[in-house]
Write a protein of this length. Sequence first.
Length: 402
Amino acid sequence: MTPPETGLTAPLSLRPDLDFVDRLTALAGDSFTRCYQCGTCSAVCPFAFQGTSLPRQEMLLAQWGLKDELLSSSNLWLCTTCGNCARLCPREVDIPGTIRAARELYLLDRTLTPELATAFENTSRHGNPFGLSARKRTDWTAGAGVEVPVLSRLGRPVEVLLFTECYWSYHPRGQAAAQAMARLLTRLGVDWAILGVEEQCVADSQRLAGETGIFEEAAAANIAALGKYQFDRLVTPDPHAYNAFRNLYPALGGRYAVQHYTQFLAERLGELPLHPAAERRATFHDPCYLGRHNGEYEAPRQLLQAIPGLTLVEMGHCRAEGYCCGGGGGAIWNSAFAKDHVDERLAEVRVREAAGTGADTLAVCCPFEVSLFEDAVKSTGNDGKLAVRDIVELLDEALGSA
Ligand code: SF4
Ligand code: SF4
């Protein structure tokens, strides 16, 4: 029988790898097979204006089983797993989950960027992405100006365990925020403590960058350390840690009453004697893993609105429509890669939007964001015009203890 005339002059070059589709489905579920290429996701992706076709193209490559094309796409590593796409997808495709799973398969036999490889290696060997000694995890406490209790020395249950995570423990700008939090907790009379050197990176960002093994090892270590002590609630400044404790640790055996620090402080707002400090016109950046992924939009705003002398102005992209800082999903450690593939970093786009509101302060409540945005303030020419402050630093300032 003569085959029908197709009009094709060259053979189709599609090489669907059905084993790859099966492995992707095992890790991410099969929601990507429902994608019908409407393009809604690509229209709202923060990379929409960078000439990428993220993530519609990647969902198509996944659906068609085009393993090499998907795994060699630079989009795979640009995505910050911010979730803005999935929020509007009419077919409820788990886009960040599919991207994360493709990264996990990428890691099996392909080479990572040096930055990301170093962050993974450091987390695995030292329990933090900086590669600093575990013994230095409590160095920040020396500059707090108040006593910082450590659970292993207290030898009794506490009301609040402050799980500081790596940026508040090691990064100079994070340490300033941790010290402010210590002063606030002390002023509130909270019975609190930290895990200290027993704490390890929660590694949620490493997981989102495909490193499930590091995440699970870190979770086992943290759950074992936390299991030695009694506390009523676990409070953390890191939205990624909050996400992991809230959504992932229970399945691994770690069940805690967990709050982001803004949620905890918002409950105690009436007890904080806040005084007029600097007159500020502030705008607030919603962290993707506090807002969009976990639904908390009010607590940070309640804190900001309670600060005397501070006027809150919103950016166009806010709350569920917030614009990613560019640091999520492991991208915080892949900045050289992003720089090579986009005209302007997401943090720079966001800083321009913040400056456009007329604000003099960009308020944040994710430890990644302070240094990311401070760099972007400089590179966009806004140095001296826009200050980046963690909300806890603004509260500390209004307490007069900074
Ligand atoms: S919004 Fe959903 S259905 Fe539409 S292209 Fe994106 S992934 Fe596919
Ligand atoms: S998760 Fe965010 S960065 Fe990734 S494809 Fe979706 S909208 Fe784009």
